[in-house]
Design a protein around this ligand. Structure first.
Ligand code: ATP
Ligand code: MG
Length: 253
């Protein structure tokens, strides 16, 4: 089935000193699709995302988003992209509402107040809007991050462990919301998580990286069949993850 490629990475490479963090990876994200981007701690997932945001300069390779080179059209591209991560910190001394208002201004969101209220309601944190970020729990801040990430109705969402600190009930709701928003607004999502249930719920395709290299990819079910070498009707990404994580460096090219 043909699909519009909205984000394409070709032969990306990035070193920190003499450490090769990203070792020649290529992948693409189709319009309206959700790509699960998996790998063990230190595999290079966040580094790749920072390259996609233009925060880190790769040593080699091309990144094109909406058919444009991130190096040449970064600010234009980023108007339609957003990012959420449990690692991203909203300014500590601002109230949640103030933070979201500032980001809304930066993204030139129309009817900012209405959009903020709508999203706070969806993520069930309206009652926290006048609290300072420093007063929020980890999971509440993570929900605030997701609200921030959706403010500009992005066409591409880069989610780097967005629900890492949320309780299971909120993760369940968050996943349903993401599915709903993705369907309604046709957002394309690159989704990183260590919670395989989340990925099984949302991802059309999974790319698995280790030591900065792609070592397996396919739909969650294809990967399950391929890696676990069994006929199955259900994906089992947890087992797939464990097996792939234990592959030794010299066992893959
Ligand atoms: N600024 C940096 N300077 C030096 N090394 C770095 C830097 N950023 C990342 N690295 C190294 O690059 C590798 C990839 O890191 P990265 O944060 O991309 O991993 P990750 O796949 O996101 O892992 P996690 O699942 O733990 O979030 C790690 O070995 C890390 O130590
Ligand atoms: Mg990371």
């Amino acid at each position: 089935m043909s699909q519009n490629i909205i984000l394409e990475v070709k032969n990306l490479r990035k070193s920190f000193g003499d450490f090769l963090a990203i070792d020649d990876i290529s992948f693409s994200l189709g319009e309206g699709k959700i790509l699960g981007f998996l790998g063990p701690n230190g595999a290079g997932k966040s580094t790749t995302i920072y390259c996609l945001l233009g925060l880190i300069d790769p040593d080699f390779g091309q990144i094109s988003i909406f058919g444009k080179d991130i190096k040449k059209a970064r600010s234009e591209i980023l108007k339609q992209v957003n990012y959420a991560s449990a690692e991203f910190h909203l300014p500590w001394n601002l109230k949640l509402w103030e933070c979201l208002f500032v980001f809304g201004k930066l993204y030139e969101v129309k009817n900012i107040n209405k959009r903020i209220d709508e999203l706070l309601e969806i993520f069930e944190i309206s009652h926290l809007k006048n609290k300072h970020i420093r007063e929020l729990s980890f999971g509440q801040r993570a929900r605030g991050n997701l609200v921030k990430a959706l403010l500009n109705k992005p066409k591409i969402l880069l989610l780097d462990e967005p629900m890492a600190s949320m309780d299971p009930d909120v993760v369940d709701k968050g996943i349903n919301l993401i599915k709903q928003i993705q369907k309604e607004e046709k957002i394309s999502i690159l989704y990183t998580s260590h919670n395989m249930w989340e990925i099984e719920q949302v991802a059309n395709h999974v790319v698995f990286i280790k030591h900065g290299k792609i070592i397996a990819q396919g739909s969650p079910l294809e990967l399950t069949k391929q890696v676990l070498q069994l006929e199955s009707d259900e994906p089992n990404l947890r087992e797939v993850f464990i097996q792939l994580s234990r592959v030794k460096r010299d066992e893959f090219k």
